[in-house]
Ligand binder design. Structure first.
Ligand SMILES: Nc1nc2c(ncn2[C@@H]2O[C@H](COP(=O)(O)OP(=O)(O)OP(=O)(O)O)[C@@H](O)[C@H]2O)c(=O)[nH]1
Ligand SMILES: [Mg+2]
Length: 478
């Protein structure tokens, strides 16, 4: 049975943007109604938010696929589609977000800190929004963009100020139980603690958290016992406490050599060397324990440690210990830069890069990469000639055709827009000839062309009215 999960793989999908709508205003006796297709709604984001009431990643272990809702398509009558709903995923304080390669994307510390793990797709513009002086009645709309898909890893690094380390059965959990209100499991067999316990300690004006980790034994760095896996949870602590057992029955052990063993394993794990350490000699209620504690104390002090003799069972020396820890924690907090206290991490937005590149690949294919061209392709309904023409115009205005020409592309050459695994490939048909004018302006509604002779214009207008009337004839009035 899994009850504590501190690492999960999560697959998140943001909502897709809704498609724009292509529609013409219909009203009796007003056959030439303008375009009135509304825009599609934005797809919902997937957002991770620190919620201090959440303590494990268990939920995500059970259902690792999460999706935000899609934006709704636009409608006629200039009605915009509804935006998709953001999906908010609560995560424990101290959750680290990584990509699959292990790069840290965000470190979520502090209640409310959030991270956009997947961004919703933009909605497509409807034909009303696409209308312009040049293109008065677009017969197309833009497609909504697909939402981000991300595979991420969540790792929990408990946020505790003080971490207790030591051999199994040294009394780490017992100490937490008497310093705080936490009630961890305590027993006289090794590896009672299988997952970190967390307690909150109040000492004077300072409130701090204290955590233990499963006991360490020689060779933990080679995976002996429960290994060093759980040391991840003490990485954030400001103070390390060595809990040393003065009453162990194992003849080859004593507090000083225990300390050496634990330090050796911590060294193997790495990254904890700069943390201040103090030593707790536990179980001094046992007479032999008290004697041993007094014997090793000078040796430990010589090494520079502050030493506390305590008994978790008899509640001896606890007050001094908790105040000394409070003092160290307070100092560490004061030394920390302010903004680290509550860091709000948001996904850095992709730069809206106006640039693009054209590269001729080995197989002769011309590949166009760039934020804009790739987005425009995603927005294009390739079944609609007018939409394709509009795309060609946009690419042309950005200078893509010119660059293709410079790169040596000729009519009929293959052009791919987008990355290798997700590109739109087509045979190139330039709309401009080298240095010359555009051959024909695409995406235009020629019915509105101003240059037609008057008689022609009238004929066109009549034909158009008939067309609209035919549409009305098939339209059921309510
Ligand atoms: N006499 C005496 N026994 C103690 C004291 N502190 C802890 N113990 C006993 O030592 C045993 C181990 O205590 P735990 O608190 O479970 O030890 P732990 O370090 O958390 O052990 P693991 O979780 O296995 O790593 C239990 O039987 C406790 O009752 C103490 O101050 N005096
Ligand atoms: Mg324990």
């Amino acid at each position: 049975m899994t009850t504590f999960v501190d690492r999960v793989e999560l697959h998140v999908a943001a909502g897709n943007g809704g498609h724009g709508c292509a529609s013409v205003h219909r009203e009796k006796f007003k056959p030439l109604g303008g375009p009135d297709g509304g825009n599609g709604g934005r797809g919902g984001d997937v957002i991770l938010v620190v919620d201090q009431s959440v303590t494990t990643l268990l939920d995500y272990h059970h259902s690792p696929h999460r999706k935000a809702t899609n934006g709704k398509p636009g409608e006629g009558g200039n009605r915009s589609g509804k935006d998709g709903q953001d999906l908010v995923l609560p995560v424990p304080d101290g959750t680290v977000v990584l990509d699959k390669a292990g790069n840290v994307l965000a470190d979520l510390v502090g209640h409310g800190t959030s991270y956009v793990a997947a961004q919703g797709g933009r909605g497509g513009l409807g034909n009303a929004a696409l209308a312009s002086a040049r293109r008065k009645a677009p017969g197309f709309a833009l497609l909504g963009e697909p939402g981000d898909l991300q595979d991420i890893v969540l790792e929990l690094k408990t946020v505790a100020d003080v971490a207790l380390v030591g051999y199994p059965s040294a009394g780490k959990s017992s100490l937490i139980s008497v310093l705080s209100a936490a009630k961890p499991k305590i027993a006289d067999y090794p590896f009672t603690t299988l997952v970190p316990n967390l307690g909150v300690v109040t000492a004077g004006a300072t409130v701090y958290t204290i955590a233990d980790v499963p006991g360490l034994i020689p060779g933990a760095s080679q995976g002996k016992g429960l290994g060093l896996e759980f040391l991840r949870h003490v990485e954030r602590c400001s103070v390390l406490v060595h809990v040393l057992d003065t009453a162990t029955l194992e003849s080859e052990r004593d507090p000083v050599s225990d300390l050496d063993v634990i330090e050796e394993e911590l060294g193997q794990y790495g990254g904890l060397g700069d943390r201040p350490r103090i030593v707790v000699l536990n179980k001094i209620d046992v007479p032999d324990g008290k004697d041993l504690a007094e014997m090793v104390r000078p040796d430990l002090e010589e090494r520079g440690y502050r030493v506390f003799e305590v008994s978790a069972v008899a509640h001896t020396g606890l007050k001094e210990l908790s105040f000394a820890l409070a003092d160290l924690v307070a100092r560490a907090r004061a030394a920390r830069p302010k903004e680290e206290a509550t860091r709000i991490v948001i996904r850095p937005k992709a730069v809206d890069d106006a640039g693009f590149t054209v590269v001729r690949e080995d197989d002769g294919l011309f590949r166009v990469r760039g934020e804009k061209p790739e987005r425009w392709v995603r927005q294009t309904d390739f079944d609609n000639d007018e939409a394709v023409g509009y795309l060609a115009d946009r690419l042309n205005r950005l200078g893509v055709e010119e660059e293709l020409m410079k790169a040596g592309a000729r009519t009929g050459d293959g052009v791919a827009i987008g990355p290798e695994d997700n590109a739109v490939v087509f045979d190139w048909e330039p709309t401009v000839t080298a240095g010359a004018e555009m051959l024909g302006r695409r995406g235009e509604d020629h019915r509105f062309e101003g240059a037609r002779p008057a008689a022609q214009r009238r004929r066109d207008r009549e034909a158009e009215r008939d067309e609209v009337q035919r549409e009305y004839d098939g339209f059921e009035p309510f």
